[in-house]
Design a binder for this molecule. Structure first.
Ligand code: SF4
Length: 273
């Protein structure tokens, strides 16, 4: 069976930066606010290095707090800074850009629509700072009708699909909404999605590796399975031999929070099936 890897696939620069910061930080009581990366393997590794994930600011008293790539709201940052802790900010610049863009539109009093997953930490931070933002999780023309004839700004969570952004933009234009689009999907997401879609067209089956709670992994999976049969796995242990009956070529891709080690292990296991 031939195995082809999508390129790029796996860790993006934002996740790599946060991971290296946490892994190499020397000090006592190193904590991350929430899980640093939506990947169980990485979390275990960080745990072994003494980096603990803390679920809420109320549970933090002392030590070092690393802010993950998803970022946090200004409200939470202020709360943290009032504590006796050292804050290390590993928020991805692409995530910060969304907050900056929203600020510009709120100052002009323009309604803001953001395509994204309401419960994802990146969007929660946005909602905490800008509760007036309308999050579009499911695309519905009916829901957008209220904006006909009005000015709106359209943005996106960094890890959403470019195709969804274009679809919403098209609906808004059809409804004669005066829309200012600011496509805030990050380049790492775009590149991974494009490479995965192109590979899916050339193979018999796709394997997508990544945490099930990782939005960019789920989006990758959604994209490839519209093109080809696909399985989403978190690690090599989830591979089932029966998936590969009559399969000659397998494509492998991985979310931006999947480390190289996990991808290599999956490819190795596939080679030996
Ligand atoms: S997926 Fe994009 S926004 Fe998220 S950490 Fe990576 S580069 Fe940054």
């Amino acid at each position: 069976m031939k195995i082809i890897r999508a390129d790029p696939a796996g860790f993006c620069f934002g996740v790599q930066r946060a991971y290296e910061l946490a892994r190499n930080f020397r000090g006592k009581k190193i904590q991350t606010l929430g899980e640093l990366i939506h990947n169980p393997e990485v979390l275990e590794e960080l745990n072994a290095c003494g980096v603990r994930a803390v679920s809420a600011i109320s549970k933090i008293r002392t030590g070092v707090v690393i802010i993950r790539a998803h970022g946090i709201s200004e409200k939470k940052m202020c709360e943290l800074k009032k504590k006796k802790v050292k804050v290390v900010d590993a928020s991805c610049p692409f995530v910060k850009k969304i907050h900056a863009e929203i600020k510009k539109f709120t100052s002009k009093k323009i309604p803001i629509l953001v395509i994204g997953q309401r419960r994802h930490p990146e969007m929660q931070a946005v909602i905490e700072d800008f509760p007036e933002v309308e999050v579009i999780q499911k695309i519905s023309e009916k829901r957008l009708q209220k904006f006909t004839g009005k000015k709106v700004a359209l943005l996106s969570q960094t890890t959403e699909q470019a195709e969804k952004f274009e679809r919403v933009l098209k609906i808004l234009k059809k409804l004669k909404v005066h829309v200012t689009p600011k496509d805030t999907i990050c380049s790492a997401t775009r590149e991974r999605q494009a490479a995965a879609a192109s590979l899916a067209k050339k193979v018999d089956l796709m394997i997508v590796i990544g945490g099930r709670r990782s939005n960019n992994t789920r989006q990758l999976f959604e994209i490839v399975r519209q093109i080809r049969s696909a399985f989403l796995i978190e690690n090599k242990n989830e591979i089932q031999k029966k998936w590969f009956t009559k399969i000659h070529t397998v494509g492998v891709t991985a979310g931006a929070s999947t480390p190289e080690k996990v991808i290599a292990q999956v490819c190795e296991k596939l080679k030996n099936l």
